[in-house]
Ligand binder design. Structure first.
Ligand SMILES: [Zn+2]
Ligand SMILES: [Zn+2]
Length: 316
């Protein structure tokens, strides 16, 4: 049996478990290790049975708990090489700062009323928790463990080149997004095909091609264009989100579902919904309208992934 459990989806953290009868993969670790384990337990998944971690790109909402989770489980992490390098760059400046320094800097920034560096990341609690865990690890274990970037094993893949993790075949494909080398994934096991495409500014031809014949299609439906235009973000951030290297709008997702998508998935999961610039009902109605001619009893059941709770597992 093939199973997919979205543990979290949105700009405060993304993580999904994809498993066959024999192999279990964690796709992105955008929550603290503690929260990942908690949500896996709530969804009836045992973290200790995970075989590998796969990373789509180095943005914080996809890697926040990566180092701690990989080390705790002792499992390999699959990246593209540019994404691994970008992740190390993201981690390294913090290495030179003590936790106390970091807290003090953060407090000063809050007092000055400064916005967080990435306005998409508003909730820093999980991040603090992660820093505590990292600090504890580096104090407790001398030697290579002091390196916050240390991972049990790193495996490189390239977009367009398929590989296998256990009996799950994985096809990474390039997506247009403002990260070093971002990818979407198609997973195949036991005759079931799962496509994951979030964090993309638009739907390019290669992504459309890879997302054909999926049994489960997880697709970004990030923002409502009017809410984004009228919303609280600074104009530069609005431009970034709307750009061809940003995020897929409800409208763009609906356009894809209506015109290019083959209509064959049992489940369509709308994902990475913005909490500031979208409403679940807007995303749902937009996708429902796009899929109305595809409605049948057996296909296109629409689900909405959320930020704060795992989505009920999809079994195929
Ligand atoms: Zn993201
Ligand atoms: Zn991103």
């Amino acid at each position: 049996m093939v199973k997919m459990t979205v543990l979290a989806s949105g700009s405060r953290g993304n993580s999904t478990v994809v498993s066959s009868s024999r192999t279990r993969i964690l796709v992105d670790v955008g929550l603290s290790c503690r929260e990942i384990f908690k949500r896996m337990a709530a969804a009836g998944e045992d973290p200790r049975t995970l075989d590998a971690i796969l990373i789509t790109h180095e943005h914080q909402d996809h890697v926040q708990g990566l180092a701690v989770t990989a080390r705790k489980l002792g499992i390999p992490v699959y990246f593209t090489e540019p994404t691994h390098r970008a992740w190390i760059r993201w981690m390294t400046p913090q290495k030179k700062m003590t936790y106390a320094d970091w807290l003090a800097a953060r407090k000063a920034a809050a007092q000055a009323g400064a916005a967080p560096a990435n306005p998409e990341i508003e909730d820093r609690e999980a991040f603090e928790e992660e820093r505590e865990e990292l600090a504890a690890v580096s104090q407790a274990k001398p030697g290579p463990e002091k390196d916050p970037c240390a991972l049990p094993a790193v495996e490189y893949f390239s977009a367009g080149d398929g590989f296998c993790v256990g009996d799950i075949s994985v096809t990474p494909f390039t997506i247009p997004h403002d990260a070093a080398d971002p990818v979407g994934f198609v997973f195949e096991a036991e005759g079931v095909r799962i496509g994951l495409a979030t964090d993309l500014g638009y739907m390019p031809p290669n992504a459309k091609r890879h997302l054909k014949r999926c049994d489960v299609l997880m697709l970004e439906s990030n923002h409502d264009l009017d809410m984004l235009r009228d919303g609280p973000y600074p104009w530069s951030v609005k431009q970034r989100v709307m750009s061809r290297m940003g995020h897929l709008s409800n409208l763009a997702a609906a356009e894809f579902l209506e015109t290019e998508y083959d209509g064959g998935a049992a489940y369509v999961v709308l994902a990475h919904l913005s909490e500031n610039n979208n409403l679940p009902e807007l995303a749902r109605v937009s996708a429902e309208r796009a899929l109305r001619d595809r409605a049948s009893l057996l296909t296109n059941e629409l689900l909405l992934a959320t930020q704060d709770h795992p989505l009920e597992s999809i079994l195929l």
